[in-house]
Design a protein around this ligand. Sequence first.
Ligand code: ZN
Length: 179
Amino acid sequence: MSFCIACGAAGQHLIPPGDNLPRLVCPRCGHIHYENPRMVVGCVAEWEGRILLCRRAIAPRLGYWTLPAGFMENGESAAAAARRETQEEAGALVRIDAPFAMVSIAHINQIHFFYRGQLTTPDYAAGEESLEVALFHPDTIPWDDLSFRSVRYCLEAYLRDKPQGRFGFHEHELPPLTG
Ligand code: ZN
């Protein structure tokens, strides 16, 4: 049973007039509760050729390494979200250079969007959601201990582009894990 967030009445799953998918509709006040994909935004931040990674202090994937990233807040731009997450999780200030990768993960209703940028200082410190933070030379990326497939995809694309001296924009769709 799901309840109306506007008035608390028990909602009904039905297709509203003019719509084409079932929504949670309130029979009392008429509120329609739309559920849409969520944006996770982060960045590949470099300092002198090394890449900033955080080891997660929270589930899911506690203890695994990730790029600084997190859910966007209402009222902020995507680039602001990437800067904020880098500051919150890694205690680091990043100058965003450009959009870099977008990964659709339809089965969990998320889009993971990564910028690339440069740290403005070599200072960093683990935030509340990180066990530790470190700069990794491309040869020492902990590939076996990465947190998410989107992070792996983004890092692989980044390290393919980097030696060529030019970065593209990379779009990818991740299917459900099988087996
Ligand atoms: Zn209602």
